[in-house]
Design a protein. Sequence first.
Length: 500
Amino acid sequence: MVSAWLSVPVAVAVVVLYFTVRLSLLRRRTVTAAAATPDLRDEPPAVVNLLVNGLADAPQVASATLLDLAARRLVEVHEVAPDARHTMVRLGTQTLPDAAPAYERRILERVAATAGRTFTPVAELVETYADGGFNWQRRLVRDAMLDARRRGLVSTSDQGCLLGIAAAAVATAALLAPLVPEPGAAGFGGAAAALGAAWIVVSLVGGSLMSAVSVGEKAGAPDRYTARGREVTAHWLGVAAWLRNHPAMRDLPPAAVAVWDRYLAYGAALDAIPHAVRVLDFETAGRRAELTSRHTGTERTVHVRYWARNRFLRPGGPAAAQATRVWALLTLPLWIAAGVAAATTIPSPYLRGLVVVLAGLQAARAGYRLVRAQLDLTRPVVVTGTVLDVSVARHQPTADTPGPHGQELPDLPTHYYVVLDDGSTDVVRPWIVNRDLARGRRDVGPPPFGSAERLTGWFDDLTRPFFSTGDVVRLTGQPRSRFATAIAPAGDDDPAVVRP
């Protein structure tokens, strides 16, 4: 039998080695800059910002895209004073092409919803909660990555997933090694106990490791430059060097886009004009969990608390009480039986202790989930309040695949975060509303055949909630899982409705 003293250190060493190799593969990509040049290429500033930042992030994607839209006269920028409160924006005279990338549509829709044709301070674009909520900036970066892939500048690699599978397999095998009995030494009971212990270790250790290293990866982590991508990045680094050779450009305000045209947008993408980016402060949009509410008749600030991403305890994210109860009822007796069998049949103290502890942890988790889910199902709550924000909580990545007519469709939302203020507290958690519930009674039917316009219209009908920010609704839901089970407009005769 393999020594129990070696199994745990070997498993830990495998995991440490995995993360070491993974971090090495995901280190910041470096590209040698070409000679300084003022020549601009046709890659959008959002893609350029992603390329020159090593594909790990696009920190100026919002400001660079806004300035690019201004240079193309889709947005107008007027400066009264050099700060976000006195830098005004509104929609311009041009319209966005149908084939425009998703990140440009997100920025323009935000300007249209907040400012429209009226000059509005940029600060209001930042302070008004973005469509997509706290994920808005991350989704902009993902849209830029998708555009870079379509342009052949970036390729996707599955090295991270393969490494994760290998690490999980080796670490789990190391922990299971002491369970292998000597030839002819184990009877039926020992073999059954070994199989039960293997199941526990694989499900807890292997599953948690794979959740951490695979499911929780950032969208841009497994991507690599293509040969053309490295050539394009080198060119744009040369443009950055040319811009930095003109120190006066560092202090240009956003309104200077009327003179400098797209050079200002690319300067923002290349981090060569920090003053304009600092004045816009657009990078904080969608990251502020503070909303203004007038539900009680007076204006006040409401703080939104979203769930922390925990891939170990919640690999699939938040779940409704019905699903949680079914899973808990299935797993609780199995974990208890596995723990009892291990305690009575495994002779080795190490093996017995390992299996009993792991089974006990899983049984405790299942019992907690069962009680929590049962309380949610038997004691739902009814909340009447004002919708402060509607954002996408989960989506299907349909943007990775072009539509049947070659058009670019956005990701298909499956659930929404709905921030609802009933006036009872200044700290709220969002409710999770599934797509069908949010759509209301509208029957959109199957996807239509024909023109791209008809398919886009069907997609909008499928994904558009019947309520929007500022509406007063009556929501029934599960208070602990925060999943809504019913939502409808609140009537004027509802005693909980406060009309501002």
